[in-house]
Design a protein around this ligand. Structure first.
Ligand SMILES: C[S@@+](CC[C@H](N)C(=O)[O-])C[C@H]1O[C@@H](n2cnc3c(N)ncnc32)[C@H](O)[C@@H]1O
Length: 290
């Protein structure tokens, strides 16, 4: 069996992504950033406005989006918030809608979902006469799935109102992810569905485009101990997520598998605490000015 990209099997991808969330502090570290830093960052987006327009690109199932909305509403009480979501996955949109339906105190927030990719949104906007502008746009853990990242950033940046902000969250250039992709990317089934990018690449793009931004490091880790027990189902799914490969344990050449397993225990990738291994899942939040 040949190795194939995890993204070629969407439900397998969602299953390993869910397990990744359970085993990592991914959403907790974002929550801390959203609660502690975001209110200050958003201090210019809504002054004197009766409506705040937010665009979530790749909003997933909405966990993080709702936390952002809590902070925006606390910062601007009584203001109407229009939250638009660009998200290509039906499954994610349904999960997002269910979450909204069972969450209390969302009055004053209007949700709209657009089942499309960022590129489809861009084409739709360019074809329509009126280009809508936004007070806050965020792209959280989604730029891996975009073909032309510089063009995508340029387009969404052009949609910022004065005083608005564009927030990008991605794995940090200092994370285990960036090291793993740098070393093994060429031997993994990279396809045009997923790019191995980190915050370091995004900062290069922003510097090249002369855009003004500020970066924040969000420390995070992921318990990968199960990856070292042969035949452990959770361990296999986590390895699939780490390598972005469907059934990595069963389809990877033995040599590659052994090398990766050996490396994952090393200090450049993981920290050992008691008998557990925690992979470096540090993220970067990059806030771009209009
Ligand atoms: C890793 S998830 C992140 C979801 C959410 N932002 C979070 O942090 O929990 C990536 C999301 O981007 C969506 N996505 C993939 N390709 C996309 C594209 N080209 N444009 C917009 N969203 C995309 C996926 O369907 C998925 O919901």
């Amino acid at each position: 069996m040949a190795m194939r990209s995890l993204l070629s099997d969407h439900s397998h991808y969602v299953e390993s992504f869910r397990l990744f969330l359970e085993n990592s502090t991914e959403h907790q570290c974002m929550l801390e950033f959203i609660q502690k830093k975001l209110p200050g960052i958003l201090s210019s987006i809504g002054s004197g406005k009766s409506t705040i327009n937010i665009l979530s690109v790749g909003g997933g199932a909405g966990e993080v989006d709702l936390q952002i909305l809590v902070e925006v509403r606390a910062k601007y009480p009584g203001v109407v918030i229009c939250n638009d979501v660009v998200e290509p996955s039906d499954e994610q949109i349904s999960a997002y809608k269910e979450r909204v339906a069972k969450t209390e105190n969302l009055e004053n927030i209007k949700f709209s979902w657009h089942k499309e990719t960022s590129l489809e949104y861009e084409s739709r906007m360019k074809a329509s006469k009126e280009v809508k502008k936004w007070n806050f746009i965020h792209m959280i853990q989604m730029l891996y799935y975009v073909k032309d990242i510089p063009a995508t950033i340029r387009f969404f940046h052009s949609l910022l109102e004065p005083g608005a902000k564009l927030l990008i969250i991605l794995v940090s250039g200092t994370s285990g992810w960036a090291r793993l992709w740098e070393k093994y990317g060429s031997r993994l089934p990279l396809n045009d569905l997923c790019l191995y990018v980190s915050s370091a690449h995004i900062e290069e793009i922003l510097d090249g485009a002369g855009l003004k931004y500020k970066s924040y490091e969000l420390p995070s880790d992921m318990d990968i101990t199960d990856c070292f027990t042969d035949g452990n189902r959770n361990g296999e799914l986590l390895l699939d997520f780490l390598t972005e490969t469907c059934n990595f344990s069963k389809t990877a050449p033995t040599e590659l598998k052994n090398e990766i397993i050996r490396d994952l225990k090393k200090l450049e990738y993981s920290e050992k605490r008691d008998d557990k291994y925690f992979f470096n899942n540090n993220l970067s939040a990059i806030v771009i000015e209009p």
